[in-house]
Design a protein around this ligand. Structure first.
Ligand SMILES: [Cu+2]
Length: 162
């Protein structure tokens, strides 16, 4: 009876410690790496039928100054979720500035019908970093370790009870 109470107390301690640790990781304002907002000047070259670079990476809070330069025909650049829309003809660049206020991945599309493969003229704007993911991963790891400790009986418990 006494030994069973001890085992019970041990399990209660594991559950409590695991829960507290997981909540700490999820909720505490940890010093996670989040670079100070910057102004980023990004030149995107458009040609039939691609953007160069095809993927633009910025951090949330950055001021993004995009310059669209076309190398052949008239092309557009529309960024989903940000409502940015540019149109550039060769030799005449178009510019837009916006604040990347929302994290996530947003499609950049050509907004001018420029030819057969126009629908496939797509790039990506990636606004990061995604601090929620490392937190969730750390919390999951803690819970898994806690569960292992919870369900893995100590040898002494097994011997005494059994
Ligand atoms: Cu185009």
């Amino acid at each position: 009876m006494h030994l069973r109470l001890l085992a019970h107390a041990r399990r209660l301690t594991i559950v409590t410690v695991t829960t507290l640790l997981a909540l700490t990781v999820l909720l505490l304002p940890l010093p996670l790496p989040s670079p100070a907002p910057q102004t980023r000047l990004i030149t995107i070259y458009a040609r039939s039928f691609a953007f160069e670079p095809g993927t633009v990476r910025v951090n949330r809070g950055d001021t993004v100054a995009i310059e669209l330069e076309s190398l052949d025909a008239v092309h557009g650049l529309f960024i989903d979720g940000y409502g940015v829309n540019l149109e550039a003809e060769p030799g005449r660049a178009a510019k837009a500035t916006f604040v990347a206020s929302r994290q996530g991945t947003y499609k950049m599309r050509c907004s001018v019908s420029c030819g057969a493969l126009h629908p496939f003229m797509i790039g990506e704007l990636v606004v990061g970093p995604h601090t929620a993911f490392p937190r969730a991963a750390a919390a999951t790891l803690i819970v898994v370790v806690g569960a292992l400790a919870f369900f893995h009986p100590r040898r002494s418990d097994v011997e005494r009870v059994g």
